[in-house]
Design a protein around this ligand. Structure first.
Ligand code: FES
Length: 131
C-alpha cells in the first residue's frame, strides 16, 4: 500500500510496484521566493508538485494557469523562470541546490521561442546554451 509522507511531502514513500522511495541527497530551491526542499536529481516539477505547487506558468493571451501537462518535455505547459532565465521546462530539468525558480507569466521574452528551447533540451542540450 502507498503512503504519503507525514511531514507534508506529497511524494509516495512506498509505491506498490516500484517499492520504497530510495534515499537521495537533499537540495533546496525557492519558488517565487518560497523555500522548497527537493530530492537531488529529481525534475523541478516533482519538487513543486510534492510541495503542493500546482501552477507554475500563465498563458500569454488568456492568463490561464498552467501546471504541466505532458511531463515529458513536449507541451510547454511547465515553462518556468530559473535563475532569471525563462522557458525552462520544469518537467525535464533537474533541481539544483540554490536554484531560484519562478512562475513564468506569458512569453519568456521578446525573443521567446519556446518550441526551439524545448527542442534543444529534447536533443540533449540541457543547459540551453545552444540558443
Ligand atoms: S509538462 Fe509538457 S513540457 Fe513539461
Amino acid at each position: 500500500m502507498s503512503h504519503p509522507a507525514a511531514d507534508g511531502d506529497r511524494r509516495l514513500q512506498d509505491h506498490p510496484l516500484l517499492g520504497a522511495l530510495p534515499d537521495a541527497p537533499s537540495v533546496h530551491l525557492t519558488f517565487d521566493g518560497r523555500a522548497i526542499a527537493a530530492r537531488g536529481g529529481e525534475p523541478i516539477v516533482a519538487a513543486l508538485l510534492a510541495a503542493g505547487v500546482r501552477v507554475f506558468r500563465t498563458m500569454p493571451v488568456s492568463g490561464e494557469a498552467r501546471g504541466g501537462w505532458c511531463m515529458v518535455g513536449r507541451c510547454g505547459d511547465c515553462a518556468v523562470v530559473v535563475d532569471g532565465r525563462p522557458d525552462v521546462p520544469a518537467c525535464v530539468t533537474a533541481v539544483a541546490d540554490g536554484m531560484a525558480v519562478g512562475t513564468q507569466h506569458g512569453h519568456g521574452g521578446d525573443d521567446c521561442d519556446l518550441g526551439a528551447a524545448f527542442a534543444e533540451r529534447a536533443a540533449g542540450d540541457v543547459d540551453g546554451d545552444d540558443r
